[in-house]
Design a protein around this ligand. Structure first.
Ligand code: SF4
Length: 330
């Protein structure tokens, strides 16, 4: 008599929405592509335009050269500043090096820079909640280094020293965990009851929406796969949010090939999402990989609809307009 096969738990994928490219990343990547079309290769880019290996490699193939420092760009060339933003000294360096610049800083990062400048002018001590060494934090701090100190999470609050406890404001990096940031703010308020908050959220809409979708999905998933690179702050936060929401396991992968078969042992529901710098083609690869292992049923978990788009950097718009005008005149 043959044994009756044990029923397999039904396998399902929960796909988070929104996920992947945000408006700031989309704009920065298109800016590099348009610059290559407009001015021809090479076009230099200071730091990874966005924190994603695949995007960087794809742009390199098209003729972009990524450098760590502005000084590496030969005189007279074009340099694009990444979506994470740069400190004013970097603009000065580019001017000294006779470089043409295209600033692809996300407008939502620029907003935080402007807040920092304004509060520094009003002589506040600015407590910038963020991760030490992250490019965005370096850029924002550079707007008013004498007024800004970094607070890297709740554990750092005890180390904060200010000149006047009644004249303190907090700002934050745009890609943090919403919940952990509020923990840090609560701890800061415990020390400085008159702490001022930023006029509007610094953690951007894209970070908040992607975290919210993972919270909804993570509670129902045994495993959550986050597509994103290891240097992507918002992608790393999605792993933490998934675990916090109740997923038994969560991993960050750049590509489907990095998924370990053993992660699927005993798993019936897999959540899938991607960081704000991840093109959809990489998520498609993960979905195909899962489908080949019986996870063909895909259900979307939607936390928000997004319709935000940013116009291209002004330097590019100017040159594209000029070219369009001369084409009409010819
Ligand atoms: S994650 Fe937010 S701040 Fe960063 S580039 Fe995207 S929209 Fe801008």
């Amino acid at each position: 008599m043959s044994a009756t096969p044990r029923p397999q738990p039904s396998r399902k994928v929960l796909l988070a929405a929104p996920r992947g490219y945000c408006a700031g990343v989309d704009r920065a990547v298109i800016a590099v592509e348009k610059a290559l079309e407009q001015y021809g290769a090479p076009v230099y880019v200071r730091h990874e335009i966005v924190h994603n290996k695949y995007v960087v490699k794809t742009l390199e193939k098209k003729g972009a050269i990524f450098v760590e420092e502005t000084a590496e760009v030969p005189e007279g060339n074009i340099v694009i500043f990444s979506a994470h933003g740069v400190a004013p000294v970097v603009h000065d360096e580019a001017e000294r090096g006779k470089l043409a610049t295209i600033d692809a800083t996300c407008p939502l990062v620029t907003k935080v820079h402007k807040e920092a400048v304004r509060f520094a002018k009003e002589d506040y001590d600015i407590l910038l909640i963020g991760h030490e060494g992250h490019e965005e934090v370096i850029g924002t701090s550079g707007e008013a280094p004498e007024h800004i100190q970094l607070v890297d999470g709740p554990k750092d609050v005890a180390n904060v020293e200010v000149r006047d406890p009644d004249k303190v404001v907090w700002l934050s990096q745009t890609t943090l965990s919403v919940d952990e940031t509020m923990e840090t703010v609560d701890a800061l308020q415990g020390r400085f009851p008159n702490l001022l908050s930023p006029p509007s959220d610094d953690i951007c809409y894209a970070t908040q929406n992607r975290q919210q979708a993972v919270k909804q999905m993570g509670a129902q998933a045994d495993l959550v796969i986050v597509v994103g690179s290891r240097n992507s702050s918002n992608s790393k936060r999605l792993v933490e949010v998934a675990l916090g929401a109740g997923a038994s396991a969560s991993y960050l992968v750049d590509y489907a090939e990095e998924i370990d078969e053993s992660w699927l042992e005993g798993v019936a529901t897999v959540g899938v999402t991607s960081g704000a710098s991840v093109p959809e083609i990489l998520v498609d690869g993960v979905l195909e990989w899962l489908a080949a292992r019986g996870f063909e049923d895909v259900e979307t978990v939607t936390a928000a609809e997004e319709s935000i788009a940013f116009s291209l950097p002004k330097e590019l718009r100017r040159d594209l307009r000029a070219e369009a005008r001369s084409a009409v005149e010819d």
